[in-house]
Write a protein that binds this ligand. Structure first.
Ligand SMILES: Nc1ncnc2c1ncn2[C@@H]1O[C@H](COP(=O)(O)OP(=O)(O)OP(=O)(O)O)[C@@H](O)[C@H]1O
Length: 229
């Protein structure tokens, strides 16, 4: 579903992603793990087109999107839940979700979205800025899902979220995978979370992929070693 080939990303003269190659299939959840500053956000921003590639290619469902603008990538089936969630604080919950619906031409928020996030239905008339961190994360995921993505990118969804809610977010991602034919790519530092959701884990270090495990054969101590400073 998603194929990334020799992707390089730079800030000015400084290359931060040094030619990474990976694929993720339909109904697969792939976690990209690494410490702060290793390049996760830069990689995700380049996948959604907020940052330009300096080299390489990105294909979604066989279609090259590496030269497309972000809005075109969304139309091609890529959705992005940014680090820090970036919901609109002055719009209501319902209005926040509706901002994602232009691309999918939905007229009404689908019932399965509120089934997945009942709290958002209860709070649909509240301002987004008044929600807790965990509720805002749910809102950001709901807003991404109403674009009907083939590939859902989530950048550090557990950041700043309390442990009990982290479990809820893991459950939600597992539900989404059951409900839809989708590829989920999540960047993370919390190993318990990725162990609850990921079929495969890749470790990124200074802009290079240095390790990869399928969930059935994850070497927990090795990955912990990569994640500790
Ligand atoms: N706007 C920028 N200009 C120059 N360098 C940047 C910029 N943003 C990030 N970097 C550098 O790129 C590298 C990768 O940063 P990035 O934010 O992608 O890492 P990360 O793994 O997502 O970390 P975090 O978990 O802290 O978000 C770091 O060395 C960082 O200093």
């Amino acid at each position: 579903m998603l194929h990334v080939d020799n992707l390089k990303v730079s800030y000015g003269q400084s290359e931060v992603i040094h030619g990474v190659t990976f694929s993720a299939e339909k109904n697969e959840t792939l976690a990209i793990m690494g410490r702060n500053g290793m390049g996760k956000t830069t990689l995700f921003k380049s996948l959604i087109g907020v940052l330009p590639l300096s080299a390489g290619g990105i294909q979604v469902d066989g279609m090259d999107i590496s030269k497309s603008e972000s809005y075109q990538r969304v139309a091609r089936g890529v959705a992005y839940v940014p680090q820090g969630r970036m919901i609109f604080p002055n719009l209501t919950v319902q209005e926040n979700i509706e901002t994602g619906m232009g691309v999918s031409k939905l007229k009404k928020i689908p019932d399965d979205i509120y089934a997945l996030f009942p709290v958002l239905q209860d709070m649909r008339h509240r301002k987004g800025g008044n929600l807790s961190g965990g509720q805002q994360q749910q809102l950001a995921i709901a807003r991404a899902l109403v674009t009907n993505p083939k590939v859902l990118l989530l950048d550090e969804p557990t950041e700043g979220i309390q442990p009990s809610i982290i479990k809820d977010i893991a459950n939600v991602l597992n539900e989404i995978k059951k409900m839809r034919d989708i590829t989920i790519i999540v960047s993370e530092q919390v190993l318990s979370f990725t162990m609850a959701v990921a079929d495969r884990i890749i470790v990124i270090d200074k802009g290079n992929f240095i390790h990869e495990d399928h969930r059935s054969e994850v070497d927990i101590e090795k990955i912990k070693g990569y994640l500790s400073v």
